[in-house]
Write a protein that binds this ligand. Structure first.
Ligand SMILES: Nc1ncnc2c1ncn2[C@@H]1O[C@H](COP(=O)(O)OP(=O)(O)OP(=O)(O)O)[C@@H](O)[C@H]1O
Length: 238
């Protein structure tokens, strides 16, 4: 098995000095290459905090986060920035595209920061826009795109530097059901055909139904971990 994410006994405690909040509480989580996994749970159960710890956007108070065997909790702030840029794709609830850039420029941006040469950038952008089925929208700015189209561009941007995995925090929260379903189709296709690993948090039942593994958090702890077998879900060890 090819483990991409190994969160080991990870905790994040807010307000330690007053009334402590155990946002993530002794969590162990393994994600293998090629997974399509949903993180679910009530509001405030720690989904965003856990994704931020795995993505190196925040540091745990206890425990370690290994990404392909590298303990990212040991990296300095600058090393983490570089590591994230090369290894992790992020998709946010609110799309977070840069408004003054076109769709193509948004997708190209990280490759420009990495000094990727133009011919390679152009080929990658072309391939990504084909994959998100938006070849005809490359030169359009985010404000002229629908929410669903903006989120598809955000997925393309997340994939631009060929990350080891994509973290998506409530990617369909701001989408109507047709756009949400379309986004899921594209993510599922990228997962199936390109073996892209996705870990996403969601409240959306339609998204949960599409996941192949569903991990439930309550009060910062994993309370269930189920693997889908065709349309059924089968319990696995937590
Ligand atoms: N910066 C912070 N300072 C203090 N408490 C925080 C902070 N961020 C999150 N929390 C608390 O940590 C807990 C987990 O929050 P988190 O945002 O991770 O939950 P969530 O499952 O993503 O919620 P939602 O589904 O509403 O987005 C909550 O009790 C929240 O109030």
């Amino acid at each position: 098995m090819d483990t991409v994410i190994d969160a080991h006994d990870v905790s994040k405690i807010y307000n330690r000095e007053t009334i402590p909040v155990y946002a993530v509480n002794n969590v162990h989580l393994h994600i293998e290459k090629g997974e399509f996994t949903a993180l679910v749970g009530p509001s405030g159960s720690g989904k965003t905090t856990l994704l931020n710890l795995i993505g190196g956007l925040d540091k745990p108070d206890n425990g370690n986060v290994f990404i392909n065997d590298l303990d990212i909790t040991k990296l300095s702030a600058n090393e983490l920035i570089d590591f994230r840029l090369k290894n992790i794709g992020f998709v946010f609830q609110s799309f977070n595209l840069i408004p003054v850039l076109t769709a193509k420029e948004n997708v190209e941006f990280i490759m420009l920061l990495q000094g990727v040469k133009k011919s390679i950038r152009d080929a990658r952008v072309k391939q990504l826009f084909r994959q998100i089925e938006m070849d005809d929208k490359v030169d359009i700015r985010p404000a002229q795109l629908s929410g669903g189209q903006q989120q598809r561009v955000a997925v393309a941007r997340a994939l631009a530097s060929k990350p080891k995995f994509v973290l998506a925090d409530e990617p369909t929260a701001n989408l109507d059901s047709k756009s949400a379903s379309n986004l899921l189709d594209i993510m599922a296709k990228l997962n199936k055909e390109e073996h892209i690993t996705f870990l996403f948090s969601t409240h959306d039942q339609r998204v949960i139904e599409r996941a192949r593994r569903v991990i439930t958090l309550v009060d910062g702890r994993i309370v269930s971990d189920t693997a889908a077998v065709s349309t059924k879900h089968e319990k696995v060890d937590v």
